[in-house]
Write a protein that binds this ligand. Sequence first.
Ligand code: PEP
Ligand code: CO
Length: 477
Amino acid sequence: MRGAGEQSVAGCVVPRMIRLPGSSTGNFGSMPLPTWTIDSWKAKPAAQQPTYDDAAELEKVLQALGQLPPLVTSWEVDRLRDQLAQAQAGEAWLLQGGDCAESFADCQADSIASKLKVLLQMSLVLIFGSGQKIVRLGRIAGQYAKPRSQNTESQSGQTLPSYRGDLINQAPFSLAHRRNDPQLLLRGYERSALTLNFIRALSEGGFADLHHPENWDLDFVAESPEYERYHRLVDALGSALRFVDAISENPMPELRRVDFFTSHEALHLPYEAALTRESVRGTGWYNLGTHLPWIGERTRAISGAHVELLRGVRNPIGIKVGPAADAQEIADLVQLVNPENEPGRITLIHRLGHDRVEQLLSQLIEVVRARGLKVLWVCDPMHGNTVAASSGHKTRKFEDVLGELQAAFTVHRGCESRLGGVHLELTGENVTECLGGSRGLTESDLATAYNTNCDPRLNYEQAMEIAFSIADEISAA
Ligand code: PEP
Ligand code: CO
């Protein structure tokens, strides 16, 4: 990948010429940015938006959404941004995970609790391994809209609009199900609120108490090797907690509750804008539909509407970076969305693929570093590693997922950078969607429990194996 204008420093490719967007002076914010308003995104091209057959109905729904209370508060959003700034400074680590696409039907106690359980178990493994604070961030309570590579899908000679997630239309292959229905925006808001309400209650109450990690056990995993390994760790934790309780005069509330934040892809712009509100305490505009909205690989055009809407909010923002990305363009984008270079504001989530990460990542790191941009680096080892099984199932090989993650650690270390988090598609359920892992799932196992609405997720054992491996990587650093 090295071109004529580049040199190699400590194994990393460094560009000689640094281009600043629209500026020749090299200073941050030297060019005044165009004014942002809550409507300025409407003048920009918007990718991946559904079209509705009843504009008046859509407008009515958006009016209603705009009157409903926010799902999160600006104080919580600020707290997450501060924690991501800590992760960027090397004092914490981000664990982001959940379904590829949540479904309305899965808005059930067991399904939500299982996702929380696996993320809490993983975070415990990571705390033990890294000795660091772990920031827990679900792909949850609003991950209902999906970008699609094709607008239509054909089956047995019939062509229908693609399924774009439960916020927009329904998965079954019929004309009625595939109609883009504005009412689903309200159903999605409600399901997000119900999910968040349950998450908040679980995070604050007895469920999250570190003294009772048995609350996080999942019924079906008793004899797996990861569970054994996890249980040895929980036993050690029990002894440590008894010691702390014995010597401390006052109970420590932080051992009895957890912080748990939400995130989703901010894809459906009218929905996201309806939940974007100006804070009553004068701290600016916030997307109050989630703590961390992210911009997907397909919608991160620098002059596009998604970037325009999100550059105006105070939330921490995730940006996905795929293998086709131009490093200079990504740096331009980071500067546009974070002109003050505020720590914690930008999380760059690279998803380059196990076979390309070594070739592409160092240049991205060096371009971002050369411009002095403060970002949190996170690896998504899922989206660059999707393949089709011979049965037709979309799947991922566990070894590829783990391989990309381990390579990402190595490249960051080689560039004297720091991988500060991971972004995973996983579930607490006993699914068979990704191949391999300690049970060696094969293509013939895929049909047994292939339940995903969209991309294949790691099951409990595969997710825990990843957590142990990350713990090893962090403690080796
Ligand atoms: C996703 O996270 O589900 C997704 C679609 O990712 P990307 O934008 O990286 O392809
Ligand atoms: Co996905």
